[in-house]
Ligand binder design. Structure first.
Ligand SMILES: Nc1ncnc2c1ncn2[C@@H]1O[C@H](COP(=O)(O)OP(=O)(O)OP(=O)(O)O)[C@@H](O)[C@H]1O
Length: 491
C-alpha cells in the first residue's frame, strides 16, 4: 500500500499524529513534574479542589429522595390501628414476586362458608428488613419492611420507625414524585386493598328489625352464569353494573350521588330474587332486604337508610304491595281511621301479606330519602325494586331518572332453558331438545317451573327431560282448551 502515492500519504499522516500525541503526553508529564517541583502543596490542593468542583458541577446531580413511614399503630390505644398499614400489606401481597425475595413471610388462613365448606387463602408478605419495588404511573416506589421492637432491636437500626417501638413500612421514591405518591399512589393502594377485601369477604344479608339491621351470612348460589334469562338482557345488566362501578369520578363531576336504581318486573318465578342475589354476588356487595311492613314511619326509614354502608345493595321486593295508592277518600270509606292530618298524596304501607298497617311511611318519603339523603352521605349504592305488576306502580317510581334501568324478567325461552339444562344436568344438547324448543315457543312457563321439572330426576337426564316435555305438552293442551272455551263463550 505504501508503494502507491495514496498509501505514502496515509503513512505520513499516521506518523505525524503519533509524533503529536507523543509530544502532548511528554509535555503533560513535563508539566506535571514541573508543577510538583515548583508549586507548593497548598496550591496543588487548591487546584485539585477546583477540578473536583468543576467535575461535580458537570456531572448529573444525585436525586433527592423522600421516605414515607407507615406505622402499624399510630398510638397505644385500642383504636390506633393504621388502616394504611393494613391496606399496604394487602396490596403488597399482590406485588411481591416470590422468585426475587431472599426471605418471605407466608400465612394461610381458612375461611368458613355458611354452608360449612371452607377455603384457604394465602398471604405473602415481606420479612422484616426485606424490600421490594413497585412501579406505578411510570414512577418506581421502593418498599422496605422495618421491624418493630422496643428501640433496642439489636440491628443498630436507627430509623425513626424502629425507634418508635412499632413495626412499620417505609415507602421511598424520588422527591420529585411526592405528589404522585400522596395524591395517586396511596389512594390507589387503599382502593385496591378495599377491592381485595370485598372479594374475599363472606357476603351478608341484612334484614330490618325496628330501626336497625340484623345481618346473617349470605350464601345464595345465584350468579350471572346460572341465571336463565335472555342473553342480551343479561349482558346489558352486566354492562350497566360494570359502567356504574367505573364511574365514580363521572358522578362526582356531574354532582350526582353515586348510586343506581333497577326495577325488576315480571311474573312470579321468573328469577327476580335470583337476579338480585346474582348482582350482590357479582359486585361483592352486602344485601339489605328492606321489609317496609316493619318500618313504622319516615324517621325509622331514614335511620335504616343512613345506617347502610357504602358498597351495599338495597332491595325492596314486591314494591307494588308495599304501598297502596288508594286516595284519602277511598281510605276514609274503607275504615274509621282519622286521616285529617294527612296530605292527600300520602300512601299507606302494607305488610307483605297485603294488610294495611297503622303506622305510615310514604312512597315520596322513601324516594326523597333515596334521592336526597343518599346524595349527601355515602356512595356506591345500588337500589333494586321488584314487582310482579309494573302497571300497578305509582308513576312517581316510573318517572324517567328515578329507576335507571327497567329489567323485564320473562317466561322461559329457549336460551334460558339451555342455561337451566346446563346448570342442572351439565348438558348442551339432547335428542329431546328440538321438541322442547318447539314447545317453549308456544307455551308460557316460568324458569322456576322448568327448574322444578329438571330437578324431578337429578340423576337421569333422559327422565328429567321427558318429565319436562310432558309438563309442557300438558300446559299447551290446557292453554288450547282455555282458548277454545273463550272462543265458544264469546261466540
Ligand atoms: N331466571 C332464572 N334463572 C335461574 N333460576 C331461576 C330463574 N327464575 C327462577 N329460578 C328458580 O326458581 C326459584 C324461584 O325464583 P325467584 O324467587 O328468583 O323468582 P322471582 O321472580 O323472584 O319470584 P317472585 O316474584 O315470586 O318473588 C329460584 O330459586 C330458582 O331456583
Amino acid at each position: 500500500m505504501a508503494s502507491s502515492p495514496e498509501g505514502a500519504k496515509v503513512l505520513d499522516a499516521y506518523k505525524k499524529a503519533l509524533a503529536t500525541a507523543a509530544s502532548v503526553t511528554a509535555y503533560a508529564m513535563l508539566a506535571r513534574g514541573m508543577a510538583r517541583e515548583l508549586l507548593p502543596d497548598e496550591l496543588r490542593a487548591a487546584v485539585r479542589w477546583g477540578t473536583a468542583l468543576v467535575r461535580s458541577r458537570l456531572a448529573a446531580p444525585e436525586k433527592e429522595r423522600r421516605t414515607i413511614v407507615i406505622r402499624r399503630q399510630l398510638g397505644s390505644g385500642a383504636y390506633s390501628e393504621n388502616d394504611l398499614f393494613d391496606a399496604s400489606v394487602t396490596y403488597l401481597a399482590t406485588r411481591i414476586n416470590p422468585q426475587t425475595m431472599r426471605r418471605l413471610c407466608v400465612s394461610r388462613t381458612r375461611k368458613k362458608e355458611p354452608d360449612g365448606s371452607g377455603s384457604w387463602s394465602t398471604l405473602l408478605c415481606m420479612e422484616h428488613g426485606g424490600s421490594t419495588t413497585d412501579a406505578f404511573d411510570g414512577v418506581e416506589f421502593h418498599w422496605t419492611s422495618i421491624e418493630g421492637g422496643n428501640g433496642n432491636d439489636g440491628n443498630n437500626n436507627s430509623s425513626s420507625s424502629s425507634r418508635g417501638g412499632k413495626e412499620s413500612l417505609e415507602l421511598s421514591f424520588d422527591a420529585e414524585h411526592t405528589e404522585t405518591a400522596l395524591e395517586k399512589y396511596v389512594p390507589f393502594i387503599m382502593s385496591t386493598a378495599e377491592e381485595l377485601r370485598l372479594r374475599d369477604r363472606s357476603l351478608k344479608i341484612f334484614l330490618n328489625q325496628g330501626s336497625s339491621w340484623k345481618g346473617i351470612n349470605h350464601h345464595h348460589p345465584a350468579t350471572f352464569d346460572t341465571l336463565a334469562m335472555e342473553p342480551s338482557v343479561k349482558q346489558s345488566v352486566l354492562d350497566d353494573l360494570d359502567r356504574f362501578l367505573k364511574r365514580k369520578e363521572y358522578y362526582r363531576r356531574i354532582g350526582k350521588a353515586w348510586k343506581r336504581g333497577y326495577l325488576l318486573y315480571g311474573p312470579p318465578g321468573t328469577g327476580k330474587s335470583s337476579l338480585v342475589a346474582a348482582m350482590a354476588n357479582y359486585l361483592r356487595f352486602n344485601l339489605y332486604d328492606l321489609d317496609l311492613s316493619g318500618v313504622y314511619d319516615n324517621s325509622c326509614l331514614q335511620r335504616l337508610l343512613i345506617d347502610m354502608p357504602n358498597k351495599s345493595l338495597l332491595v325492596i321486593e314486591d314494591i307494588d304491595c308495599s304501598f297502596d295508592s288508594m286516595s284519602r277518600e277511598d281510605r276514609k270509606a274503607g275504615d274509621d281511621t282519622d286521616y285529617t292530618d294527612e296530605d292527600d298524596d300520602e300512601y299507606v304501607p302494607r305488610a307483605r301479606g297485603g294488610y294495611p298497617q297503622e303506622r305510615k311511611i310514604t312512597l315520596s318519603g322513601l324516594l326523597n330519602f333515596i334521592d336526597g339523603l343518599w346524595s349527601t352521605c355515602g356512595e356506591e349504592r345500588i337500589i333494586v325494586f321488584t314487582t310482579n305488576y309494573k302497571d300497578r306502580l305509582d308513576p312517581a317510581l316510573l318517572r324517567p331518572g328515578r329507576m335507571d334501568m327497567h329489567v323485564y324478567m320473562g317466561h322461559c325461552g329457549w336460551e334460558a332453558f339451555k342455561t337451566l339444562a346446563r346448570n342442572y344436568h351439565l348438558i348442551d344438547d339432547h335428542a329431546l331438545f328440538p321438541e322442547i324448543q318447539a314447545l317453549l315457543a308456544v307455551v308460557e312457563v316460568t324458569p322456576a317451573e322448568v327448574s322444578e321439572m329438571l330437578l324431578r330426576s337429578e340423576d337421569d337426564v333422559d327422565v328429567a327431560l321427558r318429565v319436562l316435555m310432558e309438563f309442557l305438552q300438558g300446559r299447551r293442551r290446557a292453554t288450547e282448551e282455555a282458548e277454545n272455551k273463550d272462543g265458544v263463550s264469546t261466540r
